[in-house]
Design a protein around this ligand. Structure first.
Ligand SMILES: Nc1nc2c(c(=O)[nH]1)N[C@H]1C(S)=C(S)[C@@H](COP(=O)(O)O)O[C@H]1N2
Ligand SMILES: [Mo]
Length: 524
Protein backbone atom coordinates (compact mmCIF):
# COMPACT_ATOMS: atom_id res chain seq x y z
CA UNK A 1 0.00 0.00 0.00
CA UNK A 2 1.13 3.53 -0.61
CA UNK A 3 2.25 5.28 2.50
CA UNK A 4 1.67 8.60 0.83
CA UNK A 5 -2.00 7.74 0.51
CA UNK A 6 -2.05 6.60 4.11
CA UNK A 7 -0.98 9.97 5.34
CA UNK A 8 -3.63 11.66 3.24
CA UNK A 9 -6.29 9.17 4.24
CA UNK A 10 -5.34 9.62 7.85
CA UNK A 11 -6.57 13.15 7.65
CA UNK A 12 -3.67 15.37 6.67
CA UNK A 13 -5.27 18.44 5.23
CA UNK A 14 -5.12 18.37 1.47
CA UNK A 15 -2.87 21.10 0.01
CA UNK A 16 -3.18 22.64 -3.40
CA UNK A 17 -0.66 20.20 -4.91
CA UNK A 18 -2.57 17.24 -3.50
CA UNK A 19 0.04 16.79 -0.76
CA UNK A 20 -0.89 16.79 2.88
CA UNK A 21 -0.14 20.12 4.45
CA UNK A 22 2.10 19.58 7.45
CA UNK A 23 0.19 20.09 10.64
CA UNK A 24 0.71 23.01 12.94
CA UNK A 25 2.67 20.75 15.26
CA UNK A 26 6.31 21.81 14.94
CA UNK A 27 9.20 19.69 13.69
CA UNK A 28 10.33 18.96 17.22
CA UNK A 29 7.24 16.84 17.84
CA UNK A 30 7.97 14.75 14.76
CA UNK A 31 11.63 14.40 15.67
CA UNK A 32 10.41 13.20 19.07
CA UNK A 33 8.09 10.70 17.39
CA UNK A 34 11.08 9.40 15.41
CA UNK A 35 13.25 8.99 18.52
CA UNK A 36 10.43 7.23 20.38
CA UNK A 37 9.84 4.90 17.42
CA UNK A 38 13.54 3.99 17.56
CA UNK A 39 13.26 3.47 21.33
CA UNK A 40 10.33 1.15 20.66
CA UNK A 41 12.40 -0.68 18.05
CA UNK A 42 15.14 -1.31 20.62
CA UNK A 43 12.61 -2.11 23.34
CA UNK A 44 10.72 -4.69 21.30
CA UNK A 45 14.07 -6.02 20.05
CA UNK A 46 15.18 -6.45 23.66
CA UNK A 47 11.89 -8.14 24.60
CA UNK A 48 12.17 -10.54 21.65
CA UNK A 49 15.80 -11.24 22.52
CA UNK A 50 14.67 -12.05 26.05
CA UNK A 51 12.47 -14.77 24.59
CA UNK A 52 14.72 -15.92 21.72
CA UNK A 53 18.32 -15.38 22.85
CA UNK A 54 19.96 -12.58 24.89
CA UNK A 55 22.91 -12.31 22.53
CA UNK A 56 20.55 -11.52 19.60
CA UNK A 57 19.41 -8.14 21.01
CA UNK A 58 19.84 -5.47 18.28
CA UNK A 59 22.35 -3.36 20.23
CA UNK A 60 24.36 -6.47 21.16
CA UNK A 61 24.66 -7.82 17.62
CA UNK A 62 25.42 -4.42 16.08
CA UNK A 63 27.91 -3.61 18.86
CA UNK A 64 29.62 -6.96 18.41
CA UNK A 65 29.87 -6.43 14.67
CA UNK A 66 31.39 -2.98 15.27
CA UNK A 67 33.99 -4.39 17.70
CA UNK A 68 34.87 -7.02 15.10
CA UNK A 69 35.45 -4.45 12.40
CA UNK A 70 37.06 -1.45 14.08
CA UNK A 71 40.64 -0.96 12.90
CA UNK A 72 43.31 -1.88 15.47
CA UNK A 73 44.41 1.77 15.99
CA UNK A 74 40.87 2.79 16.95
CA UNK A 75 40.48 -0.21 19.25
CA UNK A 76 43.76 0.66 20.97
CA UNK A 77 42.74 4.32 21.24
CA UNK A 78 39.41 3.28 22.80
CA UNK A 79 41.03 0.94 25.31
CA UNK A 80 43.68 3.53 26.17
CA UNK A 81 41.15 6.35 26.59
CA UNK A 82 38.26 4.51 28.20
CA UNK A 83 39.87 1.37 29.66
CA UNK A 84 37.29 -1.19 30.69
CA UNK A 85 34.53 1.39 30.03
CA UNK A 86 35.14 0.96 26.31
CA UNK A 87 32.02 -1.17 25.89
CA UNK A 88 29.84 1.41 27.68
CA UNK A 89 31.23 4.19 25.49
CA UNK A 90 30.42 2.11 22.42
CA UNK A 91 26.80 1.61 23.57
CA UNK A 92 26.34 5.33 24.32
CA UNK A 93 27.80 6.26 20.94
CA UNK A 94 25.49 3.82 19.16
CA UNK A 95 22.54 5.22 21.12
CA UNK A 96 23.45 8.78 20.10
CA UNK A 97 23.84 7.86 16.41
CA UNK A 98 20.52 6.01 16.41
CA UNK A 99 18.77 8.92 18.15
CA UNK A 100 20.02 11.41 15.54
CA UNK A 101 19.01 9.15 12.63
CA UNK A 102 15.63 8.54 14.24
CA UNK A 103 15.00 12.25 14.73
CA UNK A 104 15.76 12.79 11.05
CA UNK A 105 13.38 9.94 10.17
CA UNK A 106 10.66 11.59 12.25
CA UNK A 107 11.09 14.97 10.56
CA UNK A 108 11.13 13.32 7.12
CA UNK A 109 7.92 11.44 7.94
CA UNK A 110 6.13 14.75 8.56
CA UNK A 111 6.21 15.47 4.84
CA UNK A 112 6.53 11.97 3.50
CA UNK A 113 5.88 9.03 5.79
CA UNK A 114 7.57 6.64 3.36
CA UNK A 115 10.90 8.48 3.69
CA UNK A 116 10.82 8.08 7.46
CA UNK A 117 9.91 4.42 7.16
CA UNK A 118 12.86 3.82 4.85
CA UNK A 119 15.23 5.03 7.59
CA UNK A 120 13.57 2.70 10.13
CA UNK A 121 13.78 -0.18 7.64
CA UNK A 122 17.45 0.53 6.97
CA UNK A 123 18.21 0.43 10.70
CA UNK A 124 16.34 -2.88 10.91
CA UNK A 125 18.40 -4.25 8.02
CA UNK A 126 21.64 -3.27 9.76
CA UNK A 127 20.43 -5.24 12.79
CA UNK A 128 19.53 -8.28 10.68
CA UNK A 129 22.87 -8.19 8.83
CA UNK A 130 24.76 -8.01 12.13
CA UNK A 131 22.60 -10.77 13.67
CA UNK A 132 23.21 -13.33 10.94
CA UNK A 133 26.96 -12.73 10.84
CA UNK A 134 27.63 -13.13 14.58
CA UNK A 135 29.69 -16.25 15.43
CA UNK A 136 26.93 -17.57 17.73
CA UNK A 137 24.03 -16.76 15.40
CA UNK A 138 21.06 -19.09 15.05
CA UNK A 139 18.11 -19.07 12.62
CA UNK A 140 16.13 -17.05 15.20
CA UNK A 141 18.83 -14.38 15.66
CA UNK A 142 17.34 -11.88 13.13
CA UNK A 143 13.94 -12.01 14.85
CA UNK A 144 14.60 -9.29 17.48
CA UNK A 145 15.76 -6.86 14.77
CA UNK A 146 12.86 -7.75 12.44
CA UNK A 147 10.13 -7.48 15.07
CA UNK A 148 11.78 -4.39 16.54
CA UNK A 149 11.89 -2.62 13.19
CA UNK A 150 8.28 -3.67 12.54
CA UNK A 151 7.19 -2.18 15.84
CA UNK A 152 9.19 0.98 15.12
CA UNK A 153 7.63 1.38 11.68
CA UNK A 154 4.15 0.89 13.12
CA UNK A 155 4.83 3.42 15.87
CA UNK A 156 6.21 5.97 13.43
CA UNK A 157 3.14 5.57 11.21
CA UNK A 158 0.64 5.93 14.04
CA UNK A 159 2.46 8.80 15.76
CA UNK A 160 2.97 10.72 12.52
CA UNK A 161 -0.69 10.40 11.55
CA UNK A 162 -1.87 11.48 14.94
CA UNK A 163 0.49 14.46 15.04
CA UNK A 164 -0.62 15.50 11.56
CA UNK A 165 -4.21 15.38 12.74
CA UNK A 166 -3.62 17.61 15.72
CA UNK A 167 -4.56 21.08 14.57
CA UNK A 168 -3.74 24.37 16.16
CA UNK A 169 -6.72 23.98 18.49
CA UNK A 170 -5.43 20.72 19.93
CA UNK A 171 -2.58 22.06 21.93
CA UNK A 172 0.71 20.50 22.90
CA UNK A 173 -0.94 18.67 25.75
CA UNK A 174 -2.48 16.02 23.55
CA UNK A 175 0.76 15.55 21.65
CA UNK A 176 2.69 15.18 24.88
CA UNK A 177 0.25 12.51 26.07
CA UNK A 178 0.68 10.73 22.75
CA UNK A 179 4.49 10.71 22.87
CA UNK A 180 4.45 9.92 26.57
CA UNK A 181 2.39 6.82 25.87
CA UNK A 182 4.88 5.73 23.21
CA UNK A 183 7.76 6.29 25.63
CA UNK A 184 5.98 4.20 28.27
CA UNK A 185 5.47 1.29 25.85
CA UNK A 186 9.11 1.47 24.73
CA UNK A 187 10.35 1.57 28.33
CA UNK A 188 8.09 -1.27 29.42
CA UNK A 189 9.17 -3.57 26.61
CA UNK A 190 12.86 -2.80 27.13
CA UNK A 191 12.49 -3.38 30.87
CA UNK A 192 10.53 -6.58 30.32
CA UNK A 193 13.20 -7.79 27.91
CA UNK A 194 15.94 -6.99 30.40
CA UNK A 195 14.10 -8.94 33.08
CA UNK A 196 13.63 -11.93 30.77
CA UNK A 197 17.29 -11.84 29.70
CA UNK A 198 18.40 -11.68 33.30
CA UNK A 199 16.19 -14.56 34.39
CA UNK A 200 16.99 -16.71 31.38
CA UNK A 201 20.77 -16.16 31.08
CA UNK A 202 23.56 -17.92 32.91
CA UNK A 203 23.51 -14.99 35.36
CA UNK A 204 20.35 -16.48 36.89
CA UNK A 205 21.94 -19.92 36.91
CA UNK A 206 24.92 -18.39 38.71
CA UNK A 207 22.68 -16.57 41.23
CA UNK A 208 21.02 -19.86 42.15
CA UNK A 209 24.26 -21.64 43.09
CA UNK A 210 25.22 -22.16 46.70
CA UNK A 211 28.86 -23.20 46.87
CA UNK A 212 29.65 -25.99 49.32
CA UNK A 213 32.17 -25.35 52.06
CA UNK A 214 35.61 -26.54 50.97
CA UNK A 215 36.65 -29.91 52.35
CA UNK A 216 40.17 -28.50 52.33
CA UNK A 217 40.04 -24.73 52.99
CA UNK A 218 42.60 -22.14 51.95
CA UNK A 219 45.15 -21.18 54.62
CA UNK A 220 44.43 -17.87 56.37
CA UNK A 221 46.31 -14.80 55.17
CA UNK A 222 49.54 -14.33 57.13
CA UNK A 223 49.83 -11.32 59.42
CA UNK A 224 51.53 -8.34 57.84
CA UNK A 225 49.94 -8.66 54.43
CA UNK A 226 49.12 -5.32 52.74
CA UNK A 227 51.65 -3.30 54.78
CA UNK A 228 51.38 -0.19 52.60
CA UNK A 229 52.50 2.29 51.36
CA UNK A 230 49.35 3.34 49.53
CA UNK A 231 49.61 2.37 45.90
CA UNK A 232 51.04 -1.06 46.68
CA UNK A 233 48.95 -3.72 44.90
CA UNK A 234 46.66 -5.51 47.39
CA UNK A 235 47.64 -9.13 48.02
CA UNK A 236 44.10 -10.35 47.24
CA UNK A 237 42.69 -9.17 43.93
CA UNK A 238 38.95 -8.46 44.03
CA UNK A 239 37.12 -10.35 41.27
CA UNK A 240 35.88 -7.05 39.81
CA UNK A 241 39.50 -5.85 39.54
CA UNK A 242 40.88 -9.12 38.16
CA UNK A 243 42.35 -8.78 34.67
CA UNK A 244 40.29 -10.41 31.92
CA UNK A 245 41.93 -11.83 28.81
CA UNK A 246 40.14 -13.99 26.28
CA UNK A 247 39.20 -14.25 22.63
CA UNK A 248 35.45 -14.08 23.39
CA UNK A 249 33.75 -10.88 22.20
CA UNK A 250 30.60 -11.63 24.11
CA UNK A 251 30.97 -13.62 27.31
CA UNK A 252 29.88 -17.23 26.67
CA UNK A 253 26.50 -17.84 28.25
CA UNK A 254 26.76 -21.28 29.87
CA UNK A 255 24.25 -22.41 32.46
CA UNK A 256 25.57 -24.66 35.23
CA UNK A 257 22.66 -27.06 34.76
CA UNK A 258 23.52 -27.46 31.05
CA UNK A 259 27.26 -27.85 31.62
CA UNK A 260 29.15 -31.10 31.38
CA UNK A 261 32.80 -32.01 30.93
CA UNK A 262 34.01 -34.94 28.91
CA UNK A 263 37.44 -36.39 29.66
CA UNK A 264 38.58 -38.76 26.94
CA UNK A 265 41.39 -39.59 24.50
CA UNK A 266 44.33 -41.74 25.59
CA UNK A 267 42.54 -42.96 28.72
CA UNK A 268 41.65 -46.27 30.26
CA UNK A 269 38.12 -45.12 30.91
CA UNK A 270 36.22 -42.04 29.66
CA UNK A 271 34.48 -39.81 32.17
CA UNK A 272 31.68 -37.27 31.90
CA UNK A 273 31.04 -34.89 34.79
CA UNK A 274 28.10 -32.59 35.48
CA UNK A 275 28.11 -29.48 37.65
CA UNK A 276 26.10 -31.33 40.29
CA UNK A 277 28.74 -34.08 40.30
CA UNK A 278 31.36 -31.42 41.04
CA UNK A 279 29.29 -29.86 43.83
CA UNK A 280 29.14 -33.25 45.52
CA UNK A 281 32.91 -33.86 45.40
CA UNK A 282 35.36 -32.85 48.16
CA UNK A 283 36.58 -29.43 47.05
CA UNK A 284 39.83 -27.66 47.75
CA UNK A 285 40.31 -23.91 48.17
CA UNK A 286 43.63 -22.25 47.32
CA UNK A 287 45.19 -18.85 46.74
CA UNK A 288 46.71 -18.94 43.25
CA UNK A 289 48.17 -16.07 41.21
CA UNK A 290 47.32 -16.15 37.49
CA UNK A 291 49.53 -14.42 34.92
CA UNK A 292 49.04 -13.74 31.23
CA UNK A 293 51.89 -14.51 28.85
CA UNK A 294 51.12 -11.16 27.18
CA UNK A 295 52.05 -9.29 30.35
CA UNK A 296 54.85 -6.80 29.66
CA UNK A 297 57.59 -6.19 32.23
CA UNK A 298 55.87 -4.00 34.84
CA UNK A 299 52.44 -4.88 33.43
CA UNK A 300 49.15 -5.60 35.18
CA UNK A 301 47.90 -8.82 33.54
CA UNK A 302 48.38 -10.67 36.79
CA UNK A 303 46.01 -11.25 39.70
CA UNK A 304 45.69 -13.29 42.87
CA UNK A 305 42.43 -14.96 43.87
CA UNK A 306 41.07 -17.66 46.17
CA UNK A 307 39.92 -20.49 43.90
CA UNK A 308 37.61 -23.34 44.87
CA UNK A 309 37.77 -26.51 42.81
CA UNK A 310 38.42 -30.19 42.42
CA UNK A 311 42.01 -31.40 41.89
CA UNK A 312 42.72 -32.25 38.23
CA UNK A 313 45.19 -34.85 39.45
CA UNK A 314 42.40 -36.86 41.09
CA UNK A 315 40.16 -36.54 38.02
CA UNK A 316 42.92 -37.65 35.68
CA UNK A 317 43.74 -40.57 37.94
CA UNK A 318 40.14 -41.76 37.54
CA UNK A 319 40.41 -41.87 33.74
CA UNK A 320 43.87 -43.53 33.86
CA UNK A 321 45.94 -41.76 31.16
CA UNK A 322 47.73 -44.18 28.84
CA UNK A 323 51.51 -44.52 28.64
CA UNK A 324 52.91 -42.02 26.16
CA UNK A 325 50.32 -39.32 26.81
CA UNK A 326 51.98 -36.01 27.74
CA UNK A 327 49.34 -33.34 27.15
CA UNK A 328 45.79 -32.40 28.10
CA UNK A 329 44.04 -30.53 25.29
CA UNK A 330 41.29 -28.37 26.77
CA UNK A 331 38.41 -26.92 24.74
CA UNK A 332 35.89 -24.29 25.83
CA UNK A 333 32.31 -23.76 24.64
CA UNK A 334 33.43 -20.94 22.32
CA UNK A 335 35.98 -23.13 20.57
CA UNK A 336 39.14 -21.81 22.28
CA UNK A 337 41.73 -24.54 22.91
CA UNK A 338 44.86 -24.88 24.99
CA UNK A 339 47.55 -27.49 25.61
CA UNK A 340 48.58 -28.20 29.22
CA UNK A 341 51.45 -30.55 30.05
CA UNK A 342 49.99 -33.67 31.70
CA UNK A 343 52.97 -33.79 34.08
CA UNK A 344 52.15 -30.33 35.48
CA UNK A 345 48.56 -31.33 36.15
CA UNK A 346 49.50 -34.52 37.99
CA UNK A 347 52.70 -33.66 39.93
CA UNK A 348 50.83 -32.77 43.09
CA UNK A 349 50.52 -29.01 42.62
CA UNK A 350 47.06 -27.49 43.16
CA UNK A 351 45.94 -27.72 39.53
CA UNK A 352 42.16 -27.64 39.67
CA UNK A 353 38.87 -27.60 37.89
CA UNK A 354 37.59 -24.44 39.56
CA UNK A 355 33.97 -23.47 40.25
CA UNK A 356 34.57 -20.69 42.78
CA UNK A 357 36.54 -17.43 42.88
CA UNK A 358 36.93 -15.39 46.06
CA UNK A 359 34.07 -17.21 47.80
CA UNK A 360 31.55 -16.91 44.96
CA UNK A 361 30.69 -18.90 41.85
CA UNK A 362 33.05 -17.92 39.03
CA UNK A 363 32.02 -14.59 37.50
CA UNK A 364 30.78 -15.23 33.95
CA UNK A 365 33.75 -13.39 32.38
CA UNK A 366 36.14 -15.53 34.41
CA UNK A 367 34.74 -18.80 33.10
CA UNK A 368 31.38 -19.61 34.69
CA UNK A 369 30.50 -22.31 35.43
CA UNK A 370 33.85 -24.16 35.34
CA UNK A 371 37.43 -23.29 34.40
CA UNK A 372 40.93 -24.66 34.89
CA UNK A 373 43.50 -23.05 37.22
CA UNK A 374 47.08 -24.33 37.32
CA UNK A 375 49.79 -22.73 39.48
CA UNK A 376 53.00 -21.98 37.59
CA UNK A 377 51.72 -21.93 34.00
CA UNK A 378 50.67 -18.91 31.95
CA UNK A 379 46.92 -18.70 31.36
CA UNK A 380 47.07 -19.52 27.65
CA UNK A 381 48.36 -23.05 28.38
CA UNK A 382 46.43 -23.79 31.56
CA UNK A 383 43.52 -21.62 32.61
CA UNK A 384 40.78 -22.68 30.16
CA UNK A 385 37.55 -20.81 30.95
CA UNK A 386 34.09 -22.25 30.11
CA UNK A 387 35.90 -25.59 29.71
CA UNK A 388 33.80 -28.53 28.48
CA UNK A 389 36.27 -31.00 27.00
CA UNK A 390 39.60 -32.45 28.12
CA UNK A 391 41.40 -34.77 25.73
CA UNK A 392 44.40 -36.70 27.00
CA UNK A 393 46.83 -36.72 24.08
CA UNK A 394 50.38 -35.77 23.03
CA UNK A 395 52.18 -32.53 22.09
CA UNK A 396 53.32 -34.38 18.97
CA UNK A 397 49.78 -34.88 17.68
CA UNK A 398 47.93 -31.64 18.54
CA UNK A 399 48.49 -27.87 18.69
CA UNK A 400 46.23 -25.36 20.42
CA UNK A 401 44.81 -21.89 19.59
CA UNK A 402 47.82 -19.70 20.51
CA UNK A 403 50.43 -22.24 19.45
CA UNK A 404 48.92 -22.07 15.96
CA UNK A 405 49.48 -18.28 16.13
CA UNK A 406 53.17 -18.34 16.92
CA UNK A 407 53.25 -18.78 20.68
CA UNK A 408 55.20 -21.50 22.44
CA UNK A 409 53.46 -24.85 23.02
CA UNK A 410 54.54 -24.79 26.68
CA UNK A 411 54.41 -21.77 28.96
CA UNK A 412 55.89 -21.98 32.46
CA UNK A 413 55.65 -18.57 34.17
CA UNK A 414 58.89 -16.59 34.24
CA UNK A 415 60.07 -15.06 37.52
CA UNK A 416 59.01 -11.41 37.62
CA UNK A 417 58.96 -8.38 39.91
CA UNK A 418 57.17 -5.07 39.57
CA UNK A 419 57.56 -1.64 41.16
CA UNK A 420 54.15 -0.20 42.16
CA UNK A 421 55.38 2.73 44.30
CA UNK A 422 56.63 5.31 43.48
CA UNK A 423 55.09 5.62 40.05
CA UNK A 424 57.20 6.44 37.04
CA UNK A 425 58.04 10.14 36.75
CA UNK A 426 56.82 10.85 40.29
CA UNK A 427 58.46 13.67 42.21
CA UNK A 428 59.53 12.69 45.73
CA UNK A 429 61.00 14.65 48.58
CA UNK A 430 64.53 13.88 49.74
CA UNK A 431 64.59 11.65 52.84
CA UNK A 432 62.79 8.38 53.51
CA UNK A 433 60.91 7.22 50.41
CA UNK A 434 59.07 3.88 50.48
CA UNK A 435 59.54 1.73 47.37
CA UNK A 436 57.15 -1.21 47.06
CA UNK A 437 55.70 -3.73 44.66
CA UNK A 438 54.96 -7.38 44.01
CA UNK A 439 57.03 -10.30 42.74
CA UNK A 440 55.98 -13.72 41.46
CA UNK A 441 57.49 -17.05 40.48
CA UNK A 442 54.46 -19.32 40.84
CA UNK A 443 55.12 -22.81 42.17
CA UNK A 444 58.82 -22.07 42.70
CA UNK A 445 58.18 -19.24 45.16
CA UNK A 446 60.00 -15.94 45.64
CA UNK A 447 63.08 -16.23 47.83
CA UNK A 448 64.49 -12.74 47.53
CA UNK A 449 63.70 -9.33 46.02
CA UNK A 450 66.43 -6.75 45.54
CA UNK A 451 66.42 -3.08 44.67
CA UNK A 452 69.08 -1.02 42.97
CA UNK A 453 69.24 2.78 42.83
CA UNK A 454 70.97 4.39 39.86
CA UNK A 455 72.38 0.99 38.83
CA UNK A 456 74.27 0.77 42.11
CA UNK A 457 74.62 -2.24 44.35
CA UNK A 458 71.60 -4.54 44.83
CA UNK A 459 70.09 -4.27 48.29
CA UNK A 460 67.52 -6.73 49.69
CA UNK A 461 63.92 -5.56 50.06
CA UNK A 462 61.67 -6.67 52.93
CA UNK A 463 59.52 -9.60 51.74
CA UNK A 464 55.98 -9.76 53.09
CA UNK A 465 55.18 -13.44 53.80
CA UNK A 466 52.66 -14.82 51.29
CA UNK A 467 50.32 -17.77 51.64
CA UNK A 468 52.30 -20.12 49.44
CA UNK A 469 54.81 -20.40 46.61
CA UNK A 470 51.84 -20.39 44.22
CA UNK A 471 51.06 -16.71 44.78
CA UNK A 472 52.85 -13.44 44.35
CA UNK A 473 54.32 -11.67 47.34
CA UNK A 474 54.58 -8.03 48.27
CA UNK A 475 57.90 -6.36 49.00
CA UNK A 476 58.91 -3.04 50.52
CA UNK A 477 62.20 -1.14 50.52
CA UNK A 478 63.01 2.03 52.43
CA UNK A 479 65.03 4.34 50.29
CA UNK A 480 66.95 7.21 51.80
CA UNK A 481 66.59 9.51 48.82
CA UNK A 482 69.14 12.27 48.39
CA UNK A 483 70.60 14.32 45.58
CA UNK A 484 68.14 16.56 43.77
CA UNK A 485 67.38 15.40 40.25
CA UNK A 486 66.49 12.27 38.35
CA UNK A 487 67.03 8.77 39.81
CA UNK A 488 66.38 5.27 38.47
CA UNK A 489 65.00 2.46 40.63
CA UNK A 490 65.33 -1.15 39.46
CA UNK A 491 64.03 -4.39 40.94
CA UNK A 492 64.81 -8.08 40.47
CA UNK A 493 63.60 -11.26 42.15
CA UNK A 494 65.20 -14.61 42.88
CA UNK A 495 62.96 -17.68 42.86
CA UNK A 496 62.83 -20.62 45.25
CA UNK A 497 65.33 -22.59 43.16
CA UNK A 498 67.91 -19.81 43.58
CA UNK A 499 67.57 -18.52 40.01
CA UNK A 500 67.68 -14.74 39.71
CA UNK A 501 65.40 -13.04 37.22
CA UNK A 502 67.23 -12.48 33.95
CA UNK A 503 68.19 -9.00 32.82
CA UNK A 504 67.78 -10.10 29.20
CA UNK A 505 64.93 -8.15 27.67
CA UNK A 506 62.39 -10.29 25.81
CA UNK A 507 59.01 -9.36 24.34
CA UNK A 508 55.94 -11.42 25.39
CA UNK A 509 55.98 -13.49 22.16
CA UNK A 510 56.56 -16.45 22.16
CA UNK A 511 56.80 -17.50 25.83
CA UNK A 512 56.61 -14.44 28.09
CA UNK A 513 58.41 -11.13 28.65
CA UNK A 514 61.64 -10.85 30.64
CA UNK A 515 63.89 -8.09 31.92
CA UNK A 516 63.97 -5.91 35.04
CA UNK A 517 61.25 -3.41 35.85
CA UNK A 518 62.46 0.11 36.52
CA UNK A 519 61.01 3.54 37.27
CA UNK A 520 62.56 6.97 37.06
CA UNK A 521 61.69 9.56 39.70
CA UNK A 522 62.75 13.09 40.47
CA UNK A 523 64.05 13.91 43.95
CA UNK A 524 63.36 17.46 45.13
N1 LIG B 1 37.95 -20.14 26.84
C1 LIG B 1 39.04 -19.36 27.01
N2 LIG B 1 39.81 -19.55 28.10
C2 LIG B 1 40.91 -18.80 28.28
C3 LIG B 1 41.27 -17.82 27.34
C4 LIG B 1 40.45 -17.64 26.20
O1 LIG B 1 40.71 -16.81 25.31
N3 LIG B 1 39.34 -18.43 26.07
N4 LIG B 1 42.40 -17.05 27.56
C5 LIG B 1 43.41 -17.57 28.46
C6 LIG B 1 44.39 -16.57 28.83
S1 LIG B 1 45.45 -16.06 27.61
C7 LIG B 1 44.50 -16.11 30.11
S2 LIG B 1 45.80 -15.12 30.55
C8 LIG B 1 43.52 -16.47 31.14
C9 LIG B 1 42.95 -15.22 31.79
O2 LIG B 1 41.96 -15.56 32.71
P1 LIG B 1 41.08 -14.39 33.33
O3 LIG B 1 40.44 -13.65 32.19
O4 LIG B 1 40.10 -15.03 34.24
O5 LIG B 1 42.03 -13.49 34.08
O6 LIG B 1 42.45 -17.21 30.61
C10 LIG B 1 42.83 -18.22 29.71
N5 LIG B 1 41.66 -19.00 29.40
MO1 LIG C 1 46.98 -14.83 28.58
Amino acid sequence: MSTQQDVTAAGGQEGSAGRPTPSRAGRGWFAGAGVLSAALTLGVGQLTAGIVSPSAAPLVVVGGAVIDRVPPWLKEFAIRSFGTNDKLVLLLTMGAVIAVLAAVAGVLARRRLGAGLIVVGALGLVGVAAAVTRPDSSPLSPLPSVLGAGAGAYALTVLTRRLLRTGPGEGPQRRAVLLGAAAAVAGASAGGGQLLIRTRSAEASRDAIVLPAPADPAPPLPAGIDPGPSGLTPYATRSADFYRIDTALSVPDVKAEDWSLRIHGMVGEELTLTFDDLLGMPLRERWITLTCVSNEVGGTYVGNARWLGYPLKDLLERVAPGAGADMVYATSTDGFTLSAPLADLTDGRDAMLAIGMNGEPLPREHGFPVRMVVPGLYGYVSACKWVTDLEVTTFASKTAYWTDRGWSAKGPIKTASRIDVPQSFATVRAGRVPIAGVAWAQHRGVEKVEVSIDRGEWAPAKLVPSVSEDTWCQWVYDWDASGAGSHTIQVRATDGTGQTQTQDVAAPVPDGASGWDSVTVTVQ
